[in-house]
Design a protein around this ligand. Structure first.
Ligand code: SD4
Length: 333
């Protein structure tokens, strides 16, 4: 019997539903972690999965990168670059909503199929933070660069200073200043942060996540999106996950890492996303007041999506179609 089937049988026997926690249950039963490949089949036709409706053009860009010979890492980078270049997007790139002092600050990370990772946080005036994150990964001995250091590194790598300021997001900020209330609005305030997972024709996985973060955040605030294991995690042996929504809740629960670890222990991508949302519920009494959504892919090209509230959408490019789907959710309000 495969470990996955054992796991399902065990959960039926104990009568514990998924909500009780895949990992909690497995650790309790086995005393230690057991690595089980959820599925040895490897999907090799290419796949791109990304957050929200804005993922459609990003998926297209990733697909083009694959067709011109790019690997999963190139697909992930080129995919999210497309979103970053769209200055009408109010939650990604230089068009994004500013912090409460009026400055747009950017967070991004990237991870390849070998487990290498790069990240930039609190970066200003650079159009493509995800590409800077890739350079951090490829050209430095570090994983994360922040603020001025990240900016200077970007310049030294040939990324130009970009002084673009979005009239629309500045207008929204001035409006916000009238009340200065920091209150994330479910599915509305931050509906475009892009987390993208790519699988290439070798069946290798990579991912990228890029955002301007929560609108009107404190200056210097960093969310989950550039945090390896928070807004993104890739383990080429198992699968990959990404998140969108209230970053603080994702960081507290190591969200994307948790999703991948659940898959490692036998959960399907869907079960793994549900597990991570359950963990947020367990750790946050106010979980109904904010949104978090997870996406996951395993090596067989199966995908999962789950959110706290309805309204989370995702874009999937697979087997010749690139379409938006509605995620299932914990609450049905
Ligand atoms: C953050 N997770 O900075 C990001 C925001 C987000 O869709 O995902 N918006 O917390």
């Amino acid at each position: 019997m495969t470990n996955r089937r054992k796991f399902l049988k065990a959960s039926a026997f104990t009568g514990i539903g998924l909500g009780a926690g895949v990992l909690t249950r497995l650790f309790a039963q086995n005393g230690s972690a057991v690595r089980t490949a959820p599925n040895s089949e490897v999907f090799k036709s290419g796949l791109v999965l990304s957050t929200w409706d804005a993922g459609i053009p990003a998926n297209e860009a990733a697909w083009k990168a694959m067709e011109s010979g790019g690997n999963a890492l190139d697909m992930a980078e080129k995919g999210v670059n497309d979103t970053e270049a769209n200055f009408s997007n109010l939650t990604v790139g230089l068009g994004g909503f500013p912090d409460r002092d009026g400055h747009t600050t950017l967070d991004a990370c990237i991870m390849d199929s070998t487990g290498n990772a790069g990240s930039v946080m609190f970066l200003e005036h650079i159009k493509h933070p995800a590409s800077v994150a890739r350079r951090v990964m490829e050209k430095t001995p570090h994983v994360i660069l922040v603020g001025e250091g990240a900016y200077q590194f970007a310049l030294s790598e040939g990324f130009p200073h970009d002084s673009y300021v979005s009239e629309e997001s500045q207008k929204a900020w001035k409006e916000w200043l009238k009340t200065s209330q920091y209150k994330p609005i479910i599915n509305i305030e931050n509906h475009d942060t892009i987390g993208l997972i790519a699988m290439d024709t070798q069946g290798d996985l990579a991912g990228a996540c890029t955002t301007s973060g929560m609108a009107f955040k404190m200056r210097g605030r960093v969310g989950d999106s550039p945090i390896i294991g928070g807004g993104l995690y890739v383990d080429n042996e198992v699968g990959a996950a990404t998140s969108s929504g209230l970053g603080e809740a994702v960081i507290r629960t190591c969200g994307s890492f948790l999703v991948v670890e659940a898959m490692r222990h036998g959960a399907s991508p869907q079960e793994a996303c549900e597990e991570a949302i359950q963990r947020i519920k367990m750790k946050h009494t106010n979980y109904k007041d904010f949104q978090v959504g997870y996406l996951a892919v395993n090596k067989a090209g199966e995908i999962g999506a789950y959110a706290i509230h309805p309204g989370f959408t995702y874009s999937l490019h697979k087997l010749g179609t690139n379409k938006v789907y509605k995620s299932a959710s914990l609450l049905d309000n």
